[in-house]
Design a protein around this ligand. Structure first.
Ligand SMILES: NC(=O)c1ccc[n+]([C@@H]2O[C@H](COP(=O)([O-])OP(=O)(O)OC[C@H]3O[C@@H](n4cnc5c(N)ncnc54)[C@H](OP(=O)(O)O)[C@@H]3O)[C@@H](O)[C@H]2O)c1
Length: 344
């Protein structure tokens, strides 16, 4: 809801908006504060005025507030790197978006946990207006991460096998679905839990060919021939055994470090199977694109899979900005459902 207060100037008005900001690095639930500020409602020539609609809490957002993420916005900063909004108005020089368009941040560090924002045109990127909220709010990071890791490291053919740990993570679930769509088999490693059967069913319903626990991975009881690609979200012992599953010339791509342990790699497969270890960071991929075409092409394919229902909507815990302390605490400690701020 907008509370609008007239200023002396007849053109520019001050618009009241709320945002979750941090003044210094620290433990996220304590560092983040809900602030009310006034901003102008008229974009400058190269600016867009955005009504933010929904934004998730991702592990990277928490790392950023802790001060341990490579993208460090100038402090004080607004939290949140992902989300989507609707363009309310644009400045006279803006060409890439127009009123009514849906946009996401162009790159990390914009600060999406806010109701309204005046941003430079180059800070936002157009997405498909018809994408439902559950897809649009988390369109920028996890689906493209899964997509690029499956496309950019190993030439995968139908019937090839990919293994991954952290398979029930948001990224992991996107990997399972894209593998299914592309005809690639996925072997998925998760941590054991009381309701393991429910989780196995959920992942198999998304298209997982195999789901095994970390303990089964360490026990080496199951064999998976012809593994070309391993996606490592965890590190430590888990990455050691994941890399052991790779076939000759296979590649392990590390994209997360959820165990907070260094990536371990088995010596034998490095020498005798010439496996390779790579890393992937979506933010860097966005940074090195010189033109928007490759990004647009990826977004088009992902949006089509989402709108056709081939990729399922993610389940969220919905929060208002005033629920920030509990929402951020839960994002740190519970991983079953992603926490989402509804900003509308
Ligand atoms: N490189 C990139 O561009 C990029 C892009 C997106 C995400 N990421 C990274 O990918 C990771 C996952 O992100 P997300 O948003 O998908 O996370 P998420 O949905 O919150 O899921 C977190 C996952 O980590 C697992 N996990 C947590 N602590 C663990 C531990 N000690 N040992 C093993 N597994 C553990 C959880 O398993 P349980 O259910 O068993 O707790 C869950 O599967 C994060 O590190 C994130 O920063 C990187």
């Amino acid at each position: 809801m907008l509370k609008i207060k007239n200023l002396r100037c007849s053109v520019q008005r001050a618009v009241h908006t709320r945002q979750l900001a941090y003044e210094g690095y620290g433990n996220p639930p304590e560092a983040i504060q809900l602030k009310s500020i006034n901003i102008g409602d008229k974009p400058a020539a190269d600016q867009v005025f955005v009504k933010w609609i929904a934004a998730p809490i991702n592990p990277a957002d928490l790392n950023q507030i802790q001060g341990v993420y490579p993208v460090k916005p100038t402090l004080p900063a607004v939290g949140g790197n992902e989300g989507f909004g609707k363009v309310i108005s644009v400045g006279s020089n803006v060409k890439s978006v127009k009123e009514g368009d849906h946009v996401i941040p162009n790159k990390s560090g914009l600060g999406t946990w806010r109701e309204l924002g005046l941003h430079s045109e180059t800070d936002v990127f157009l997405i498909d207006n018809e994408l439902p909220l559950e897809y649009a709010a988390v369109f920028q990071v996890n689906p493209p991460t899964a997509y690029r890791m499956l496309k950019d490291f190993i030439h995968l053919k139908k019937g090839d096998t990919v293994v991954q740990n952290g398979a029930n993570s948001a990224v992991g679930k996107q990997v399972i679905q894209i593998c299914r769509i592309l005809g690639i088999k996925s072997v998925n490693v998760v941590r054991n839990r009381d309701n393991l059967e429910d989780l196995v069913k959920e992942l198999k319903d998304l298209g997982a060919d195999d789901v095994i626990t970390q303990e089964e991975l360490y026990g080496r009881k199951k064999k998976f021939p012809g593994v070309k690609l391993a996606l490592n979200c965890v590190g430590g012992r888990s990455s050691l055994f994941l890399a052991s599953l790779l076939d000759h010339g296979g590649c392990m791509v590390t994209y997360g470090g959820m165990s907070k342990q260094p990536v371990d790699c088995p010596t034998g497969p490095l020498i005798f199977k010439d496996i390779s270890l790579r890393g992937f960071w979506m933010s860097r991929w966005y940074d090195i694109q010189k033109t928007p075409e490759k990004r647009q092409e990826m977004y088009k394919e992902l949006a089509e899979w989402m709108k056709s229902g081939e990729m399922k909507k993610q389940a969220f815990v919905n929060n208002r900005l005033e629920d920030h302390a509990r929402a951020i605490e839960d994002a740190q400690n519970k991983h079953e459902k992603k926490q989402l701020f509804l900003l509308d």
